[in-house]
Design a protein around this ligand. Sequence first.
Ligand SMILES: NC(=O)c1ccc[n+]([C@@H]2O[C@H](COP(=O)([O-])OP(=O)(O)OC[C@H]3O[C@@H](n4cnc5c(N)ncnc54)[C@H](OP(=O)(O)O)[C@@H]3O)[C@@H](O)[C@H]2O)c1
Length: 251
Amino acid sequence: MSIAIITGASAGLGQEFFRSIVKRYPSLEQIWLIARRAERLQELAKDSPVPVEVLSLDLTDAACYAALEARLQAQKPSVQILVNNAGVGELNEMIDSDVATQTRMVDLNCRGLTAVTTAVLPYMQKGGFIITVASIAAFAPNARMTVYSATKAFCMSLSRALREELRPRGINALAVCPGPMRTEFLDVADITGRSATFEMLPYCDPKKVADGAVVAAAKGRGVYTNRAFFKFYRVLAKLLPHSFVMKLCKT
Ligand SMILES: NC(=O)c1ccc[n+]([C@@H]2O[C@H](COP(=O)([O-])OP(=O)(O)OC[C@H]3O[C@@H](n4cnc5c(N)ncnc54)[C@H](OP(=O)(O)O)[C@@H]3O)[C@@H](O)[C@H]2O)c1
């Protein structure tokens, strides 16, 4: 059974990944959608031409990793596409935050990503690909999004090294690095109305980000960034000292 798996499919970019994959890969036999809000996933699946399995999992909870592994073992699918999209952020100085909020970002963005990828890898098929959603915050550290940007550097680093590991197996891994998008993320991360930088920056369309990432991953590319502005920022962050870049892009 040839399948795709998408985490964080109940909102924003994850929903766009679902639409993009359904449109481009109608011959998939199933799509597994993962998030905590099952009713949102069921709603998304309603008119899908590809059958959908809803997996209501909290990817910060280790018991859920075992549940995912057990389902994979029972069904032994052939995974053509894995999209590691679930993620959470927070805009705050660390000193003004709390342990639960800060560690939730690490648990979901790093630990959840690692668990899902490790569990799914043995089932990935040749010619398939893994998309991991990082962020422009992966290009250089961002004060006030200190932990978030560190987790996104982790996502990008993991994806790039995994790409090298998987090359001989004919599987691609792509890190997608979007700029800001108008999704629930902005409220969940408490960004709305609290950052002059976020108010100034150009925004990315989640549909274009998802479509662009799926096409780039299928072509075998390693990193995808949407919009010329953020592609330029990626080059700047490679060329300039991060001590300087951090002052330019204060959140
Ligand atoms: N929006 C931006 O400005 C922006 C910019 C760059 C990168 N990104 C990245 O893009 C990705 C998607 O974000 P988005 O903008 O689409 O945000 P969003 O609308 O807030 O969606 C986040 C998704 O993650 C899921 N999620 C959250 N906590 C979870 C948990 N504990 N277990 C399982 N799933 C969980 C949510 O589902 P449930 O709540 O139903 O569990 C939801 O489906 C994230 O990795 C984010 O870091 C966002």
